[in-house]
Design a protein around this ligand. Structure first.
Ligand code: HEM
Ligand code: HEM
Length: 191
């Protein structure tokens, strides 16, 4: 039987919450590196901050794949928001997921088109997604930079919404994703 969220424990289980806050950390680092690393030109080598961008990016890709698989197989307890607010929240979360997958994917395609090998933890090689010198792969680098701004705007909206729930509406939405311990509510359908 489906139980509505009552605010007594996090609605997301420990795995979903860990993956959420790990994504937050990796994304924050990735934006700082993306905005401070040197401009990438035809003959640029993937060293220094650019190597860090590829390294953090490869970790982010792995975490996002895990997160999407986990999310598709473990539903949080349903929220009890008014219909319009619930709809806005679901649309924003969906768009966040789309950008969280698309931005890294386009960066990976661009890296491949430059002949750069993307490796997880400098060890596990990811496949090349684009032939070296491909104009499509090159163009995807520009789209990557633009979509990173769209992702940034969604994150700002998302964080403001979370703070609005916490300090203005004073409801339990923050508690749903609180990083601290608490009984797991994943697969709440079964409880
Ligand atoms: C959500 C994760 C990511 C964010 C927020 C992000 C952000 C950025 C930003 C802000 C830039 C600079 C764009 C510009 O100056 O126009 C950039 C460039 C770049 N990123 Fe990412 N990035 C992410 C993931 C990745 C991943 C996973 C890879 C590859 C594995 C990657 C590879 C690149 C490359 C190759 C460039 C240079 C693109 C070019 O100038 O043509 N990025 N990224
Ligand atoms: C890089 C920054 C962030 C990203 C990419 C992000 C992404 C997401 C995504 C995709 C969800 C939907 C989870 C799902 O249903 O599977 C979510 C939920 C949530 N996030 Fe974030 N988040 C970020 C930062 C934050 C911050 C800083 C806060 C707190 C101030 C926060 C609070 C929440 C809360 C409370 C939920 C649960 C909302 C609900 O179920 O109604 N997030 N986040």
């Amino acid at each position: 039987m489906i139980k509505l969220y009552d605010g007594r424990a996090p609605a997301y289980g420990i795995v979903a919450r860990t993956l959420h806050w790990l994504t937050v950390l990796l994304i924050a680092v990735q934006f700082v590196i993306g905005w401070t690393m040197p401009d990438v030109h035809k003959d640029t080598q993937p060293v220094g901050l650019i190597a860090w961008h590829l390294g953090v990016g490869s970790a982010l890709i792995a975490v996002m794949v895990l997160r999407v698989v986990w999310r598709l197989t473990h539903q949080p307890a349903p929220d009890d928001l008014p219909p319009l607010l619930g709809f806005a929240s679901r649309v924003t979360h969906f768009l966040l997921y789309v950008c969280l997958l698309l931005v890294p994917l386009l960066g990976w395609i661009n890296a491949s088109s430059r002949g750069w090998q993307v490796r997880l933890a400098s060890v596990v090689p990811y496949p090349s997604l684009s032939p070296t010198g491909s104009p499509f792969g090159h163009a995807m680098g520009d789209v990557h930079g633009i979509l990173a701004w769209v992702l940034f705007a969604l994150i700002v909206m998302h964080v403001l919404a979370a703070l609005f729930h916490r300090f203005i509406l004073k409801d339990h939405v923050m508690q749903r994703m609180a990083p601290g311990a608490g009984p797991s509510r994943d697969a709440a359908r079964d409880s």
